[in-house]
Design a binder for this molecule. Structure first.
Ligand SMILES: C[C@@](CO)(OP(=O)(O)O)[C@H](O)COP(=O)(O)OP(=O)(O)OC[C@H]1O[C@@H](n2ccc(N)nc2=O)[C@H](O)[C@@H]1O
Ligand SMILES: Nc1ncnc2c1ncn2[C@@H]1O[C@H](COP(=O)(O)OP(=O)(O)O)[C@@H](O)[C@H]1O
Length: 288
């Protein structure tokens, strides 16, 4: 019997930096959504923990021993006596170090499968702790539903019933080092930017959600663009597509998303971009 789950791409529809904590991490406020596209993870129960990785971006995800899937699984095994484990197989499709939390979503998917195998609820404190200790973005990926994320990523709001957003994801296949982008903000530990708080984002119709999104931003985008000017090019290309309502970078980059009124327009935009940038990763998808 093998168990399977999808590890969807995480998209930061908004990302406001509220300050920098004494430990150097940044306090964030982010509306996170998840794409219909992602990696796939399978778990075959076995005596010991192991991992194999295949798929188009497998070679970029680093050595299997350092994979976040194993890191999360080990952290859970340390906290749950006699945890049943097994062999994971990851099919890696998402670009790596791309601001769409591929590794975090894979780690969260591993925790979901182990939870299922062991009959643990996703609210189990050991699962929550293993997620938090694996990485800042893993907690929000544990139950991949649109919600507000705060703190360094561990404070989660309730799942939001956002209208489906038709989107195109564009990545120039250049990896971005997340710590370098945060550092480029130039904030000092203890710096506080309370004015950066979000407007209230509740459930909104597609039109008003877009209007609210337009009043928000990704505070990491200017810093990432200074480090990697190709992000400016990606953003410009997305903005130029027919019917693009909003173009913005996700996370620490370099992936840029565009939002469209319907799936047909999004697919046409993806084709238009892919024809111009043959080497880039371009994907029409639905965010929710
Ligand atoms: C920026 C975001 C937004 O969702 O996404 P990505 O670009 O990674 O997708 C996340 O906060 C990234 O989360 P994640 O990639 O899990 O970060 P971690 O591995 O825990 O941390 C990597 C490094 O980023 C910096 N970091 C991370 C999170 C945070 N709130 N403040 C920080 O300053 C720290 O320098 C840390 O050492
Ligand atoms: N399963 C995984 N998928 C992708 N990257 C992984 C994975 N496990 C570990 N990593 C490492 O984590 C780093 C961040 O990757 P990723 O999660 O794709 O970044 P981002 O959140 O910016 O999209 C990469 O440099 C990679 O070496």
């Amino acid at each position: 019997m093998s168990l399977a789950t999808r590890a969807p791409a995480k998209i930061n529809l908004t990302l406001h930096v509220l300050g920098r904590r004494a430990d150097g991490y940044h306090a964030l406020e982010s509306l996170v959504a998840f794409a219909s596209t992602g990696d796939d993870l399978r778990l075959e129960p076995a005596e010991t923990l192991s991992l194999t990785v295949s798929g188009p971006t497998a070679p970029l995800a680093g050595v299997d021993a350092d994979n976040l899937v194993l890191k999360a699984a080990r952290l859970l095994a340390e906290r749950v006596p006699d945890l049943r484990v097994g062999h994971f197989h990851l099919t890696k499709r998402l670009p790596v170090a791309a601001g769409i939390g591929g590794g975090s979503s894979d780690a969260a998917a591993a925790l979901r499968l182990l939870a299922r195998l062991n009959g643990l609820p996703l609210s189990h404190p050991a699962l929550r702790e293993a997620a938090r200790l694996t990485g800042a973005d893993v907690s929000v990926c544990l139950e991949p539903r649109a919600r507000m994320m705060r703190g360094v990523g561990e404070e989660l709001g309730p799942a939001l019933h956002l209208p489906r957003l038709f989107a195109v994801l564009v990545n120039p296949r250049v990896p971005v080092e997340t710590p370098a982008v945060f550092k480029a903000l130039g904030l000092q530990p203890g710096d506080d930017l309370p004015g950066a708080r979000h407007p209230d984002i509740a459930e909104a119709s597609q039109a008003s959600l877009l209007e609210v999104l337009k009043t928000t931003r990704n505070d990491l985008e200017p810093a990432a663009c200074r480090i990697l000017p190709v992000i400016v090019e990606a953003s410009r290309l997305v903005s130029e597509t027919k019917g693009c309502r909003l173009a913005r970078m996700s996370g620490s980059g370099a992936t840029v998303f565009g939002i469209y009124d319907d799936g047909k327009t999004a697919v046409a935009a993806a084709r238009w971009i892919a024809r111009r940038q043959l080497d880039w990763w371009v994907k029409a998808t639905i965010l929710r």
